[in-house]
Every structure is written in structure tokens, then in C-alpha cells.
Design a binder for this molecule. Structure first.
Ligand code: PEP
Ligand code: MG
Length: 559
């Protein structure tokens, strides 16, 4: 009989398959637990030390593979685990267990569980999150000591792995084997690493469905619906038919998107609109290309500066920009200079407390106070410019004098490189974000100083509607596509086109399926969005003519 389980979260996607129950790796090697205690605890501890190093190395290699595949955030999980694997507290706890006469396998499990409990009890949310990592690390070391072959190695396609929980390493292993699999966990939350990983790796999953699911027999027919966080066991024929249809539709859409990957963004009548990507790190550029991005419309460089204790050096930045340009192979890359302040503070950069940080020393204004930082970034970009088509974009511009100041800085950066005999290019376009209403209504004037424009609808909406972009309740009541914002956009686009300057949109509005075509219908040259949004937008534009999109834009602008 059909039976349903509901989870607390998951990762989108549908898989129709059969159950495989996977129990935690600590208990998959009963022989190890039956091992008698070692006569020589010192020798056993040395064996454990070697296993720690091997496990750390394995985890680092996993991180490197994820970096190479463009999954840097996920790689960070394993970098942190690699460090935990060699944590001296863990070694001390294992030593105490061995000296108390425990066999090694049990000592590892006990020590990892003790460290898990210690971390989980801490008040610090960051450290308590590391508690789950500690168990994963224990399992990784255990697997080095007692290699049993992963039960996840020989799964047939269309398997639904049902487990108490999966470690991030197990989740990644499933992804790397590129099989059509999904998983269901009894424990775990929607913001746990396993669920986050599944979402970004594209594995359908439902997490936190409760212990009862572990009683399912292997090979039971099952449907995993990651969209609704539902697991349907022994589906009735009608349910099965519905899901088969949904899966076919999904697969057809993906197959169609794949055929568009190397085609340009354009309307049905051939009118072109660039579909570019927003990125935060060089790795994202690989994702952007995989999704058919024709350029990078916004490289948010502040991500290179966050989550560290010091600013990246000029050389580090140069390497990151060069890598991005190399991945984009001649396509335009718009690098935005540091946009710190507002909701993105930097721990190592002192900014005096402000009553309204979004109206304060933010973006370019912060760079005006930290010219050393700005100069290093500009020099890094000018050096990287030898490797591709780079444009420099300034955030938070309100007045022409902002651009004049930045252009002088750019000339100074080029002069320094020239004097030092460092290879670079000086003729790089310098443009601005249109994200203050001040800039939006003076594009004709700003065009005398700015080589190009990109509309930052996230901030433009917040400053136009006087609604903090982080305020969920108000944001819902004052959507970004309201008439005042659309009229400002229209005014900016017309002025930029009249001045013969490129104008794009890099705020979130451009990636919204119904609004991207509308903005393109106003005449923007390019829409820049999260890489994953590009394929459906490419498909959508090809369903409409420019005249239709233009008419829709006029209709919206009439109010
Ligand atoms: C914007 O404001 O629309 C924008 C793209 O910049 P950010 O979201 O980084 O502020
Ligand atoms: Mg902005």
C-alpha cells in the first residue's frame, strides 16, 4: 500500500527508484569492534596517528576535487574536516580510551562521539555546527583503519539511499559517481551540510523524515520528491504515472537547455540580448560557462575579501582575476571594485559605527578612505587585463565626482605599474553601477565620465522605495518591479543608449523569468544573473519577439 513520509527539508529533483538502506559506517565493520585490545597502546596510538594523517589527506583531496569542479563553498566543509581530523584533542581522547583497555575501533568511535558532544554543547553556533563534522571525521579515520569498501560503491542506478544521516563525504561520493541516485535521511535539517551539499550538487534528497524510514526493506519501490520534501513508498499506479510525467517534463527541459548552451541570448526575431553571469569567485566562472554565460556582468570581488583575517594581496587578486579571464576565454568580464559596508562588513577594516550603514561609508566611499586597498585592487585588475577583456565597474556612485576620483586612481595605478616595469594594460573601460536613484536620473551627465553602466536593481530598489533590502517583511510588500523602480530603469536605459553606452542589469530582477524579458524589452544590452538562471532565461527569450517584450515593458511602465 502507498505510504508517505515527510521530511523537514531536502534538495529539489525527483527520483523514482528502489530503496537501499545504508547504516552508519561506524557499525559496518563489526569485525573491527570484535578486535581484542592491543597489547601495546603506544604502537596502536602511532597507527591511529597515521590514520589521522591519511584521513586528513583524503579529505583535502576531496576538497581539491570540489574546487576543481567549481564547488568552492562545499570544498570548505572538507577543508575544515581535514583540520579536525588531526586535532590534538581527538588524539588525547583516543589515547585515554586505549590506556583504559579499549580496542582501537571502539576508542575512535568513543573519542569522536565525546568530541561531538563537547562541540555540540558549546554556545557558539559556528562551533556547535562543527559537531556533526566531528562524527564525519571519526568515520573517515575509521574507514582508513578498517577499509571495508564503501557500501555506496556498487549501487545500481535509480537507487534511493535511506540512512540515519549521510556525511558530506558520502554525499560527495554519490555525486562524483554521477549515478542517478537520491537519498533520504532519518535525521538532519534543511540547513545541515548534507542538505546544502545535495542542493548545490544537484542530488534529489529529503532529510529529517524520522527513524521509521530506516525500517524499510531493501528494493522497496519508492519515489523521492525533493521539491515537496516527500518520500512515497510503494507508489500507487496513478501516483507513479504522475511522477513519471513530471520527470519526463524535467528531463525534456534540461535536454532543451543543453541544446541552447552555446547559442547567444536572443528573442525569437533574432534581436540579441547578452545573457551574462554574476559570480563571486574564479571557480564560479566555470559554472557560468557550463550554463552558457556569454560574459561576466558582475564579479563581486568582495567575496575574495570576506571570511579572512587580512585582505588578499595584489598578487593573490591578480591570480584570481587572471584565472577568471582565462576561464572566460576572451569573453567580457566586468570586475566590480570592492563593495564593502552596508550588510557586508570586513572584520579587518575599521569602519566607525554608523546609524545607517547602507547610507554611509559603503562601496566606493569606503575605498576613498582606504586608497591603499583600492590601489592594490586596481593594479591587480590592470595586470590581469592582459589576459582577457576586462571592464572595471564602480559600486555606489551618486555623483560625477565619484567617477572623476576613481579615474584619477586608475591613472595612478597604471602609472605605478609603469614605473615599476610591471606588465599591464591601461586602456581598460571604467563604468559604474546604477544603484542610487541619483545615478539613475543623471545617466546623461554621468555618461560623459563613465564608459558603461550596469543597473543594480537590488540597491536601486532599496534606495528608491526606502526599504532595507534585508527586511523580509517589507521587501515582500514593496517588490522590486514596482512602477517607480521600473521608470528609473527605463530613464537610465534611454539615456545610456542615447549616449551610445552599454547598459546591462546585474541585480536580481534581471534573472526573474517574467521580468528579464521586460527589461530586455526596455532596451538593455545584457542581463547578468546567477549562472543557473541563464538556461531558462535563454529559453524564455526565444519564445518572444522583441516587439512583444517592448510592448510588455510599455504596458508595465504605464502603471
Ligand atoms: C545590486 O545592488 O543590485 C547589485 C547587483 O549589487 P549587490 O547585490 O552586490 O549590492
Ligand atoms: Mg548593490
Amino acid at each position: 500500500m502507498q505510504q508517505e513520509y515527510h521530511g523537514v527539508g531536502g534538495a529539489p529533483g525527483i527520483l523514482i527508484g528502489r530503496v537501499f538502506v545504508h547504516l552508519p559506517s561506524f557499525t559496518t565493520t563489526p569485525a573491527a569492534h570484535a578486535e581484542p585490545p592491543d597489547a601495546d597502546p603506544a604502537a596502536t596510538l602511532a597507527r591511529f596517528g597515521q590514520a589521522q594523517s591519511t584521513a586528513a589527506r583524503n579529505l583535502e583531496q576531496l576538497a581539491e576535487r570540489l574546487h576543481a569542479g567549481g564547488h568552492s563553498d562545499e570544498a570548505g566543509i572538507f577543508e575544515a574536516q581535514a583540520m579536525l581530523a588531526e586535532d590534538p584533542t581527538l588524539t588525547e581522547l583516543v589515547q585515554a580510551q586505549l590506556e583504559a583497555g579499549q580496542p582501537l575501533a571502539a576508542a575512535v568511535q568513543t573519542a569522536a562521539t565525546q568530541m561531538h558532544a563537547m562541540l555540540a554543547a558549546l554556545d557558539d553556533p559556528y562551533l556547535s555546527e562543527r559537531a556533526a563534522d566531528m562524527l564525519a571525521v571519526g568515520k573517515a579515520i575509521h574507514a582508513v583503519l578498517y577499509p571495508s569498501g564503501s557500501p555506496l560503491h556498487d549501487l545500481p542506478p535509480d537507487t534511493v539511499i535511506v540512512a540515519p544521516d549521510l556525511t558530506p563525504a558520502e554525499t560527495t561520493e554519490l555525486y562524483e559517481r554521477k549515478l542517478a541516485v537520491a537519498f533520504v535521511t532519518a535525521h538532519g535539517g534543511n540547513t545541515g551540510h548534507t542538505a546544502i551539499l545535495a542542493r548545490s550538487l544537484g542530488l534529489p534528497a529529503v532529510v529529517g523524515v524520522g527513524e521509521a524510514v530506516l525500517q524499510l526493506a531493501n528494493d522497496t519501490p519508492v519515489i523521492v520528491d525533493g521539491h515537496t520534501h516527500t518520500v512515497i513508498v510503494n507508489p500507487a499506479p496513478a501516483t507513479l504515472a504522475t511522477y513519471q510525467q513530471q520527470r519526463t517534463n524535467q528531463a525534456a527541459a534540461q535536454a532543451y537547455y543543453a541544446t541552447l548552451r552555446d547559442l547567444p541570448g536572443q528573442f525569437a526575431d533574432g534581436h540579441r540580448v547578452g545573457l551574462w553571469a554574476n559570480i563571486g569567485r574564479p571557480d564560479d566562472a566555470a559554472q557560468a560557462r557550463a550554463h552558457g554565460a556569454e560574459g561576466i556582468g558582475l564579479f563581486r570581488t568582495e567575496f575574495l575579501f570576506l571570511e579572512r583575517t587580512t585582505a588578499p594581496s595584489e598578487d593573490e587578486q591578480y591570480a584570481a582575476y587572471r584565472e577568471t579571464l582565462q576561464i572566460m576565454a576572451g569573453r567580457t568580464v566586468i570586475i566590480r571594485t570592492l563593495d564593502i559596508g552596508g550588510d557586508k562588513p570586513l572584520p579587518y577594516l575599521h569602519v566607525a559605527p554608523e546609524a545607517n550603514p547602507f547610507l554611509g561609508v559603503r562601496g566606493l566611499r569606503l575605498c576613498m578612505q582606504h586608497t591603499d586597498l583600492f590601489q592594490a585592487q586596481l593594479r591587480a585588475i590592470l595586470r590581469a587585463a592582459q589576459h582577457g577583456d576586462v571592464w572595471i565597474m564602480l559600486p555606489m556612485v551618486a555623483l560625477p565626482s565619484d567617477i572623476t576620483w576613481a579615474r584619477e586612481q586608475l591613472q595612478q595605478a597604471a602609472a605605478t605599474l609603469q614605473a615599476q616595469g610591471v606588465a599591464h594594460r591601461a586602456d581598460v573601460p571604467l563604468g559604474i553601477m546604477i544603484e542610487t536613484p541619483a545615478a539613475a536620473v543623471t545617466v546623461d551627465v554621468l555618461a560623459r565620465a563613465s564608459d558603461f553602466f550596469s543597473i543594480g536593481t537590488n540597491d536601486l530598489s532599496q534606495y528608491t522605495l526606502a526599504v532595507d533590502r534585508g527586511q523580509a517583511e517589507l521587501s515582500a510588500r514593496y517588490p522590486h518591479d514596482t512602477l517607480p523602480v521600473l521608470r528609473l530603469i527605463q530613464q537610465a536605459v534611454q539615456a545610456a543608449r542615447q549616449a551610445g553606452k552599454h547598459i546591462g542589469v546585474c541585480g536580481e530582477l534581471g534573472g526573474v523569468p517574467e521580468l528579464g524579458p521586460l527589461l530586455a524589452g526596455m532596451g538593455v544590452h545584457e542581463l547578468s544573473m546567477s549562472p543557473a538562471l541563464i538556461p531558462p532565461m535563454k529559453a524564455r527569450l526565444r519564445e518572444l519577439t522583441y516587439a512583444e517584450a517592448h510592448a510588455a515593458a510599455l504596458h508595465a511602465l504605464a502603471g
